[in-house]
Design a binder for this molecule. Sequence first.
Ligand SMILES: [Fe+2]
Ligand SMILES: [Fe+2]
Length: 338
Amino acid sequence: MNTPTSHLLDPGFDLTLRPMRYPQFYEMYRDAIRNTWTVEEVDFSLDVNDLKHKLGPAERHLIERLVAFFATGDSIVSNNLVLNLYQHINAPEARMYLSRQLYEEALHVQFYLTLLDTYLPDQNARAKAFDAIENIPSIRAKAAFCFKWIDSLQGLKRIETREQRRQFLLNLICFAACIEGLFFFAAFAYVYYLRSRGLLHGLAAGTNWVFRDESCHMAFAFEVISTARKEEPELFDEELGREVVRMLEEAVECEMQFADDVLSGGVAGLSTRDMRQYLQYCADQRLAQLGMPRHFGSTNPFGFMDLQDVQEVTNFFERRVSAYQVGVQGEVAFDAAF
Ligand SMILES: [Fe+2]
Ligand SMILES: [Fe+2]
């Protein structure tokens, strides 16, 4: 049972949906339900031909590394969601959103599993891709960065003290800003670069859906953070700001190690310098979303990403708009508190 003075980060498992304390989370849940897609709708048939006949060795290396990252990325996010976030965000309407997000992460895992099965017909190559977090240093480094932040909260059953709540906020910021908002955005940039070269449209079409989902996951996390900030402003001091900048700098370096590897074959039109600038631009965007000053001052060097900054993505090559919504009929609105 919540009281008028209770906070979103107070420990417990509140069950009170009415009166609803945070209708914004419920609305985000409803929006997510309206944006349902399935892996079966993605057509990989053109990609198979591109892989066989159109990709050179440098692009082939890029795509091998990319699918190896995708093989485990969303599973790591799912684990943190269950182990760390669900436990500590204490409002049933927010937990409805997290449940929905967990489903979407499973969908992403299914999407990338299907992608790997399609792209890598050879069993050994497949097994190697799923083992990448053990065997490919640039992917192992990104995973280690994630695990470090998962572990930072693992022992905490209740976040009572100021220090514990800041630990929680840093984990949430890490997963939204650095993992969904930077590691995944970098991966999307490689996909859209290939699409701009006329390659792998099946992957790009599925990526549109994943991109939109990830943008919503970030929006939810940032809303949780700004709610916690309104309720407990003392948690957000200069030290927290400095820690977030340090975390983003580390994430950029981690992703750059991956970029050096991904682009090591020399991919025409995509340099590691541009990639660094893009990552810094993304990091600044995340800081702005957190209400913090920009740190890197970089602009977006990738014209092919411009289109992707809007939530509803239409593409010339696609057969339909990815703002498609599953049939939700009638009005099921009981928004007013009672
Ligand atoms: Fe995901
Ligand atoms: Fe996500």
